[in-house]
Design a protein around this ligand. Structure first.
Ligand code: DC
Length: 236
């Protein structure tokens, strides 16, 4: 961590990156709520572009049209509670549930591999960085979107454990779930997210890598809060 690298324009940022199902989402939301900070679910933005593409019958390979969609996304994050949104509205329609389907995740991974889409979403993501602070959840938060984040955490977990978590999450929401399908989808998505030419999924050089296999979300949150206190005490 560099001296000037502890804050983003004076606003503290914790960047949480990692593969699908590593626990980032739940953990980042909890962290934001505990700190009373804002929360960026950057994956939701890629999912929104994929959903908007379906709504407008735009092909997931049409990079130019997808870039336009991404740049003009008409989206509202509603019900802000301690910085954590609870409802996402796209073009006037509540898509909170639709965004979480496995199909939408697969589509999002595809559009996220397109450089023009990533570029179109960059400023929108950075605009989430407002006082008192931001917890940013994604794949390239520490490497590209918030390279000066005060704390960068890269979460990992075994693929089997990540698949089980996703399966349980979908079941809890009453959504269709098949463990084998989730496992093979995760393998495909891991490969695409890690091997794409722009902003591939990889830990920032100065990230703390945290393996959450067999670790509860609460324990992981406690660990990250301790890391943050360490960073904050050095900048005082
Ligand atoms: O975290 P998630 O499952 O909601 O993300 C959906 C897809 O979006 C995922 O396959 C990778 C992509 N993504 C990305 O490329 N960069 C981000 N910062 C966040 C998500």
């Amino acid at each position: 961590m560099t001296e000037q690298g502890r804050e983003q324009h004076g606003i503290p940022v914790i960047a949480i990156d990692g593969p699908s199902g590593s626990g980032k989402g739940t953990l980042s939301r909890l962290l934001a709520a505990k700190l009373g900070w804002h929360f960026l679910d950057s994956g939701a933005l890629y999912r929104l572009v994929a959903l908007a593409a379906r709504h407008h019958a735009v092909s997931l390979e049409d990079e130019v049209s997808l870039q336009t969609l991404a740049a003009h996304l008409d989206v509202e994050f509603e019900g802000v509670d301690g910085g954590v949104e609870s409802r996402i509205v796209l073009e006037g329609e509540d898509v909170t549930h639709a965004l979480r389907t496995e199909q939408c995740g697969r589509d999002a991974s595809q559009v996220a591999a397109l450089p023009a889409v990533r570029q179109a979403l960059l400023q929108r993501q950075q605009a989430f960085c407002v006082p008192p602070g931001l917890v940013a959840d994604g794949r390239d938060m520490g490497t590209v979107v918030f390279p000066e984040a005060g704390l960068k955490v890269f979460l990992t977990a075994s693929r089997e454990e990540r698949a089980r978590r996703r399966y349980n999450q979908l079941n809890e929401k009453g959504m269709d779930a098949n463990l084998q399908r989730i496992l093979s989808d995760l393998a495909t998505r891991d490969a695409r997210d890690s091997e794409r030419s722009v902003s591939p999924l990889k830990p920032a050089k100065d990230a703390v890598v945290l393996d959450t296999t067999g670790v509860t979300i609460d324990d992981a949150v406690t660990r990250i809060l301790a890391l943050w206190r360490e960073v904050a005490s050095k900048t005082r």
